[in-house]
Design a protein around this ligand. Sequence first.
Ligand code: AMP
Ligand code: GLY
Length: 425
Amino acid sequence: MNILLLGSGGREHALAWKLAQSPRCKRLFAAPGNPGIAEHAQLVALDARDHGAVIAFCAAQQIGLVVIGPEAPLVDGLSDSLRGAGVPVFGPSKAAARLEGSKAFTKELCARHNIPTGTFRRVTNKDEALAALSEFSIPVVIKADGLAAGKGVTVAMNADEARAAVADIFSGKFGEAGAEAVIEEFLSGEEASLFAITDGHTIVPFGSAQDHKRVGDGDTGPNTGGMGAYSPARVLTPLLEGEAIERIIAPTVRAMAEEGMPYSGVLYAGLMLTPTGVQLIEYNARFGDPECQVLMLRLEGDLVELLLATAENRLASLPAPRLSDDTALTVVMAAQGYPGTPKGCGTIRGVAAAEAAGAKVFHAGTAIKDGELVASGGRVLNVTARGSSVSEAQARAYAAVDKLDFVDGFCRRDVGWREVERERG
Ligand code: AMP
Ligand code: GLY
């Protein structure tokens, strides 16, 4: 079968790498892709915002499955357009992608269906938001309602910060995404992510992970898209995972179907393990980046079969996907300056040596310039390794990182620290 993958980051490189291993994959196309993805796929210059062009490409190339990596095309309804044209697609509809695209939508769904999450207030202007702040204790969380490229969330540690966050959102800087906001109760505990694949009815757990959001070692400095991750997150014990599926994910999938917007694709739940039980922080309607990279390294089965069965509403007919008992860990190499303006075009050498050291190097933001591999984004490479423990996977990943020659890059040196500390006991 011919497959089209949309996206250009490390998540999509990991998906391309795994899709291409499937005996069912005849030709793999990727738009726009990146130099790492180009090792597995033919890159095509398609604009995912131009639904007509994507549909025409699928017809011309007899595409039997479209896999949508990032959230923006999902929230924009590309999967509806493709389904309307008869093309099987892995990724939720526009209505279902509101689980990521609108924080207020998700909070209200949780409230209607008794799904455990922090208390919240939906607000539509600055004055209403400022008044609502008095109902919450500090710390308090303020979020732009829509997609804000990870920049719309503030955990305010005092009243001034909370008011500044409100002013920021209603200043218009997030455009449509900041037309509304949600003020939320702060949840305390350890965070973990849980992934589930669903066709709207059948739900299969697809592994857990922990991300490292802050740019600096010891979880310091500004928030990023993620500086490293590992899977599984053992802090999410089988008992807690069961609780999360039963009380959060399953009721959500059921509610979405009941309310006429069945959710099909991967559901990524950001969870807080609070002293009183597992609570939902937020949903994403796609694989995490870089969490996808560690999940793909652990996946033992055929990814094409799994994604196609999801797209075709026949997940119940498949055996449950198997993830290795090994841990996978990924270290993000970023360009100096990230998460601010990254230094562009830094030369990258040593990828082959890093892979020879036992890691898989996924490209996140790279380009070829004058025949050389260079950085072309904030997050540049994801150096990903497996091991029988987090400590072992971590040692392998950093041994590979040390083979890279990327002077304009940096990484956190402590990815996996929580789990490594627990393993040391
Ligand atoms: P998000 O962009 O929604 O993933 O939020 C970014 C980060 O903010 C999360 O990963 C959490 O660390 C934190 N966060 C968001 N909502 C809450 C909450 N209600 N309580 C505590 N922390 C939160
Ligand atoms: N790594 C966090 C995310 O993909 O949203």
